[in-house]
Every structure is written in structure tokens, then in C-alpha cells.
Design a protein around this ligand. Structure first.
Ligand SMILES: *[C@@H]1O[C@H](CO)[C@@H](O)[C@H](O)[C@H]1NC(C)=O
Length: 271
């Protein structure tokens, strides 16, 4: 909306609670985020929050479609945060969103309302729409620092892509390769260190629908530590020491017994 049009629409209607002056002309771009996570399992509710650094009057949520952006929702509400709930999401809710807000400006004796810039786009992914892939660690999920590890995400569902998550955050995505049964993607981590320790999951999706994902794989816990090797050595050492002590004790007992049986001949014979 152009400023002139805003002024016309706003004549006499715009009741600024707080007046702003020219200093307000700097960019006021809101930010859009999904509460909790932008990965939403089908059927669950997600709240999108549009945050402004400015007092707003009205908020708009737009979604990108084949023919550009279109308004999905609009809410009234003062304050610096607008809230949009998407109830019981389905695959049709997946996609790219942005938000903007209207605010009131007081300038040269007039108040008029303007629309802010649009937020950066937010990609909302709906998950749990197809069977999960499986995730495996090669050669093992318990490795020492410096070892190479490959996390392998595979499925018979012919997903074109696999996305790898670590402790709730995406860390990598990769095209899958054809395999004997279905397709799989390898995520190679050379010379792992302690920062690779954590819980991993992967998702699959088809190239034609990048916002419609499978259920997550079962969690894979990768343990990077030399504790396993140490435990082994320490355990063996303890066992060796214990065995030694037992031997010494046995030796002492035997020696005592030998001494006492030699020093004190059988009493019955002497009496
Ligand atoms: C680990 O991977 C690197 C390649 O990144 C390779 O040169 C090296 O030989 C590998 N080490 C082991 C122990 O397999």
C-alpha cells in the first residue's frame, strides 16, 4: 500500500494510541518464527509468532503459493507480537510463510497507518506423513575420538532426500543413492570429536514435495568417548590387582598353616 493510499484510508479513522514522529521512518521489519519448532507432526497445532520492534495495530500472515503470496490470516491486536495458530495441521499447511503488520504514524499533524516490510520467509514442514527411514551408525555408535563415522539413513520408500537432525536441529541434508532395497544417504563424519556426541534422527522426503516429510527415524545415540577403552583397561587392572591380593592372602594362609602344623606337633601324640 502506498503512503498516499494509507493516508486516504486512514483519514479520521486512525486512532494512534501513541503518536510517533519522523524518527519512526527507519525500517521496521518483523520476524516470524514457529513456537517450539518449524517441524510440525500432522494433526498437531502450531503457533506462528510475528514479532515487531514497534507497536502494531493489525497483523497479516501470508503464504507463498504458485501465483505468489496470498493472505492466510489477519488478526487485530496491539502490542509488539501477533499470534497465528494453525490447528491440526495437514499437508496443505506446509510451505513458506511471511508476516507483516500495520502501524500508526503521526507526521506533520496527521496520523496515518502504514504496512511494515515483510518478515524473512519461514519454512513450515509437516512431518509424520509417511513411514520413517532407519538410521544406523557405521562402524558403530560407540566410537573413540578421531575415528571416522558414517551415519546411514535409508528407506524402502524411495525418498529422494534425507535430512539429518542432531539434538533437535538440522545439521545436514543429502540426496539419496539407489541401493539394493530402496534408497539411502550417507553422512560421513571424518575424525569425530566430543561435539559429535548426541542423539540423531533422520527424515525422508520426496523431491517433488520438500515440505512434506516422513516420520522421524528411531533416535540413534552416538557416543564419542575414549571412556569405553579406558573402562576396559581400568576394569582389567582392578581384576588383576584383586586376583593378586587373593593369591597373596592364600599364600599367607598356607604359610601360617604350614608353620603352625610344624611348630606344634599333634598334641594327642605327645600327651
Ligand atoms: C578416515 O577418513 C579419511 C578420509 O577423510 C581417510 O583418509 C582415513 O584413512 C580414514 N581413517 C580411517 C581410520 O579409516
Amino acid at each position: 500500500m502506498t503512503p498516499v493510499l494509507s493516508i486516504l484510508l486512514c483519514l479520521g479513522l486512525c486512532l494512534c494510541k501513541r503518536t510517533r514522529t519522523q524518527a519512526a521512518d527507519e525500517l521496521r521489519k518483523p520476524s516470524l518464527r514457529a513456537e517450539n519448532s518449524s517441524l510440525v507432526p500432522e494433526g498437531e497445532t502450531v503457533t506462528l509468532r510475528c514479532r515487531a520492534s514497534w507497536e502494531a495495530e493489525k497483523w497479516k500472515l501470508e503464504k507463498r503459493g504458485e501465483s505468489g503470496w496470498s493472505q492466510i490470516k489477519s488478526v487485530r491486536g496491539a502490542g509488539d507480537e501477533g499470534e497465528f495458530s494453525l490447528l491440526s495441521v495437514t499437508s496443505s499447511n506446509a510451505g513458506t510463510y511471511r508476516c507483516l503488520y500495520s502501524y500508526c504514524l503521526y507526521k506533520q499533524g496527521h496520523s496515518f497507518s502504514l504496512w511494515s516490510e515483510c518478515s524473512d520467509p519461514l519454512e513450515l514442514v509437516v512431518t509424520d506423513l509417511s513411514p520413517p527411514p532407519s538410521l544406523a551408525a557405521l562402524p558403530s555408535s560407540e566410537v573413540a575420538p578421531g575415528q571416522n563415522v558414517t551415519l546411514q539413513c535409508g528407506s524402502e520408500q524411495w525418498y529422494g532426500w534425507c535430512v539429518l537432525y542432531k539434538d533437535g536441529e538440522e545439521i545436514s541434508r543429502s540426496r539419496t543413492q539407489r541401493h539394493e532395497r530402496g534408497r539411502l544417504a550417507d553422512f560421513f563424519f571424518p575424525a569425530v570429536n566430543l561435539t559429535h556426541d548426541g542423539t540423531y534422527r533422520c527424515y525422508g522426503f520426496h523431491s517433488s514435495s520438500p515440505y512434506l516429510w516422513s516420520s522421524p527415524s528411531a533416535p540413534l545415540v552416538l557416543r564419542v568417548s575414549d571412556a569405553a577403552a579406558q573402562d576396559y583397561t581400568v576394569g582389567n587392572l582392578v581384576r588383576l590387582i584383586l586376583a593378586g591380593l587373593v593369591l597373596i592372602l592364600l599364600g599367607v594362609l598356607l604359610a601360617e598353616h604350614w608353620k603352625s602344623s610344624r611348630g606344634q606337633p599333634i598334641q594327642g601324640v605327645l600327651d
